[in-house]
Design a protein around this ligand. Structure first.
Ligand SMILES: Nc1ncnc2c1ncn2[C@@H]1O[C@H](COP(=O)(O)OP(=O)(O)O)[C@@H](O)[C@H]1O
Ligand SMILES: N[C@@H](CCC(=O)OP(=O)(O)O)C(=O)O
Length: 377
């Protein structure tokens, strides 16, 4: 809630398929409908951040392509043309209602660096505090495939976590999550509330239904997992339904609501960064004894329990922790570099024991399990 009031901080994600015409270009009418809804929420005093796709769709014809391009350089060039046009339309429309929009383009590496991640939060907080509507998209033009968020669904959930949103609304071309892919199963039923993403739900989520969408239901499910673990209520509904966004904010909309994991179990912002954004730099495999201590009893990892180390990392890095069966048990922050850990593994039992005593006294143990798996994606 915003400053102890009942005003909400709401993140709304709209996909390409919900902003484009039949020919795949941006539809002014659809954009106007979205802006009108955002304006109604703003008029009620809520804070709104938009995550909008549509840069490629807005740009490809101006680039001279007859259909949406497939090659990465052409898509990036189309996004370069389209992002400006998309923002121009949003700015004009919001200004005509007395509101100001602002552009934020993000790459995955902006979020994997903790300082840049925190800096993005500070900037967005200033914008929201001052009544601006930040409009976020992936920085498509400069991001290489390997380092892309790739879809704006998970980006929107990560942004919602970043700004500690009360609600994430994902608008699509479908009126919610069905218990089976509705294109394949005509008996598929709409789910109105989801408390947990079960393997059955994951199996029901199929690929995009349109040529313009990138993520499909799979990336939306990943997004809801992130939002739920971050303590955020989420909603999936059909962008073209009248008053959908406004009704979703007041919990009156037809669609699927995803409940957050109970308070106390969800991740604080530091853990969200570790779980969803950090991009672990290495791996530490621990022995059987340690699995129980660090996972169940939440103890730090002792040097003697480190079985082996993979990758090169510095003190303070986030690493994946595996047990001896190869199962990933969680993510932790290491107190030693990979080089130091490798040296420890080579020590005699006697040398290790004295090392350990010193480590226990100084509370400088190998690693603390920050995030227990499975969580999110
Ligand atoms: N279980 C499911 N429930 C609802 N929609 C599903 C499901 N599985 C697959 N889909 C498809 O996912 C599509 C929405 O994803 P996508 O086309 O990427 O939309 P957007 O452009 O809004 O991100 C729907 O139109 C639908 O065809
Ligand atoms: N960033 C890209 C779209 C990426 C994306 O996730 O699209 P969609 O699946 O339609 O939400 C763009 O603006 O064209």
């Amino acid at each position: 809630m915003v400053n102890g009031t009942n005003k909400k901080r709401v993140v709304i994600k709209i996909g390409s398929s919900s902003l484009t015409s039949l020919h795949g270009e941006i539809s002014r009418r659809k954009l106007e409908k979205l802006v009108d809804e955002v304006v109604r929420i703003k008029d009620d005093g809520h804070e709104v951040l938009l995550v909008s796709s549509g840069a490629v769709a807005a740009g490809y014809r101006k680039l001279g392509c007859l259909t949406r391009p497939d090659s990465l350089p052409e898509k990036q060039a189309a996004a370069s043309v389209g992002q400006g046009l998309l923002m121009e339309s949003y700015s004009d429309l919001f200004l005509s209602h007395g509101y100001m929009g602002s552009q934020i383009l993000i790459t995955r590496s902006d979020f994997s660096d903790e300082d840049r991640y925190n800096n993005a939060r500070n900037t967005i907080n200033v914008l929201l505090d001052r009544g601006i509507i930040p409009i976020v998209n992936e920085n498509d033009t400069i991001t290489i495939d390997r380092l892309k968020f790739g879809d704006n669904d998970t980006l929107s959930a990560k942004v919602a976590g970043l700004v500690d949103a009360d609600e994430l609304i994902i608008l699509s071309d479908i009126d919610g999550l069905y218990d089976a892919d509705p294109r394949k199963d005509s008996n598929a039923k709409l789910l109105d509330t989801v408390h947990e993403i079960t393997p059955k739900i994951e199996a029901a989520a199929g690929d995009p239904g349109s040529d313009v969408g990138t993520g499909g239901m799979k990336s939306k499910i990943d997004a809801f997992k992130i939002a739920m673990a971050s303590g955020i209520t989420s909603f999936l509904g059909k962008a073209s339904t009248e008053s959908i966004v406004y009704d979703a904010v007041y919990r009156n909309a037809v669609g699927t609501y995803f409940e957050p994991t109970p308070e106390g179990e969800n991740l604080n912002q530091k853990k969200q960064w570790i779980a969803f954004n950090s991009g672990p730099e290495g791996e530490v495999t621990i022995d059987h004894a340690a699995r129980e201590t660090i996972v169940d009893q939440r103890e730090n990892l002792l040097p003697v329990n480190v079985h082996h180390v993979n990758g090169r990392f510095k003190k303070g890095a986030v690493v994946r922790i595996y047990d001896l069966t190869g199962e990933e048990v969680g993510l932790g922050v290491v107190n030693y570099s990979s080089k130091q850990l490798e040296q420890m593994i080579g020590l005699t039992e006697e040398e290790l024991a004295s090392y350990e005593m010193a480590a226990i006294e100084s509370k400088d143990l190998v690693c603390h399990l920050e995030v227990k798996l499975p969580v999110g994606v």
